[in-house]
Ligand binder design. Sequence first.
Ligand code: SF4
Length: 212
Amino acid sequence: MKRDAIETFFATLAAANPHPATELVYSSVFELLAAVLLSAQATDVGVNKATRRLFALAPTPQKMLALGVEGVAEQIKTIGLYRNKAKHLVETCRILVEQHGGEVPGTREALEALPGVGRKTANVVLNVAFGEPTMAVDTHIFRVGNRTGLAPGTTPLAVELKLLKRIPPAYRVHAHHWLILHGRYVCQARAPRCGACAVRTVCGFREKNDRP
Ligand code: SF4
């Protein structure tokens, strides 16, 4: 996709939704980290259902640590991989309490050192909580980046780096949410809704349809 088209692509998404936000429900940086950690291979709706119960019992790393692996697992067993996620979350809380004064650190290095926190989770936390222009490439962003010609790549990291290079600076902080929401609701996996797509004119997908 050419530079002008990329500018139009993001200007259009920005005009439609000037303040995009994550659909995960949280009320602190710690809850955001926990929700993202639990969200691998689960929907935001499913995670929100589980965290409503979990965060009511344990809204801080100290309380989550006290709840323990079994206690956390009991609250999140409706989401996939819950045993491993419970283990990672409690171990992460131990490190937050012992090494970071109970706070979520704001650097990639410290975040990625936490159990269950990979590059994608760190990117979400750095973006949403600390306002950094990071790009957490999930299945939606990977698909939209490739399909539209915005940032073709064979791996999430290749797409991430290309997006960071190509997206005009003014759009970088919010780009991650615009792309996720666009992929989730319009440029859907099985059948994109090209007939209802605001960026259709600049999209490079050869097999556009008329689906509303
Ligand atoms: S035109 Fe179709 S393929 Fe292109 S971004 Fe829109 S929904 Fe996706």
